[in-house]
Design a protein around this ligand. Sequence first.
Ligand code: HSE
Length: 433
Amino acid sequence: MTQQPLRIGLAGLGNVGASVFRLLTEHRDMLRDRTGRDIRVVAVSARNKSKDRGLDFSTVSWHDNPVDVAADPSVDLVVELMGGSEGAAFDTVKKALELNKPVVTANKALLANRGAEVLALLKKSEGTVSFEAAVAGGIPVIKGLREGLAGNKIRAVYGILNGTCNFILSEMYSTGRPFADVLKEAQDKGYAEADPTFDIDGVDAAHKLSLLSGLAFGCVPDVEHIDTKGIRKVTSLDIDFANELNYRIKLLGIARQTDKGIEQSVEPCLVPKDSPIATVEGALNAVYVDGDFVGKVLLMGFGAGGNPTASAVVADIVDVARNRALPLMGIAAEKVTPLKPANILERIGSYYFRLMVLDQPGVIADISAILRDNKVSLESVLQRGRDPDQPVPVILTTHETSEESIQRVAAEIGKLPSVVEPPYLMRIEEFKS
Ligand code: HSE
């Protein structure tokens, strides 16, 4: 029996929106066979109506205001691809839910910052919100967590969540090119956010991590309790020294359930060169989920770009076409609790320090004394170059210690007269647990 067509309203025709439109057009017959329904876009809205996207919009109606796409009575499903947590995106989702319509969105900022409001709207609506495309582009990590791993208590979820940063760090490693040059290329390739500081300062990865945490632990996404650092301070020197120590540098998002609550962080970390995550290059993303029965599962694929993200958007559209409704955070909206954050200062780990020091006798002795006084055990020391007139880099790695001790050590070392700039600190993540 042929079912009613599924009529889509598409709010946002940027890189991802245009790819979604093209995918739905090119795979229309296949999607009809898979879902039993004809899926077609009937209404759109975009800031720039006259832009040539190389697509045929002759059969769709245009709305100047995206909220009107949601309100359009000929629209069954609203696809929100405008981005941003304020203004039009939220208003469009709100209108759709008020009208009991399902929503598919790629908007991580919206759900990360206003997840509680969206959950409140869902409690009063027969509509749904799906967001596969909001995390790790084309990788079906939301489905993986919410469906494939639904039988597990999740111990941790972590990985490479930002394609732009991974592209930049990979290129800096393999070509030695400078940061700004590689960032420009990432923007040209369509990986970067509208505001690329969101990528390089870790904000985008934090948005995504908050959604993974929400799903993994059944809580409201809580971006405020993510210790977030970006990649601006990572230099070629760090990349070289890390390499010498058999590590690669990757921007990681990590959420772990501990006895004291949930630890969440986004920061550049050293990972062993022979670990699977170290081999994830370019705009690829990789997400590990650690479940109590399944163990560790690794999902990998393109985390940015129009086509991979469109693939994820259409997966959610297919669910709606099949009348599959799944709760936003994997449990009923009424049962979603606020996240209980762990104190990040109590986190235990090993660390990498980059110091720029005046090459004078006794410098290492002073640094060692600070480490000793704070009971931090040194694993290795590397010094490169010898120039009495110029600061030289000294790299330290430590054994396991608490974040609190390492912060204190960094502050004290930074005050030594022979240390000419604040120490730069990165975690070493071996993924033993
Ligand atoms: N700007 C994001 C990234 C892509 O670089 O991963 C969309 O999430």
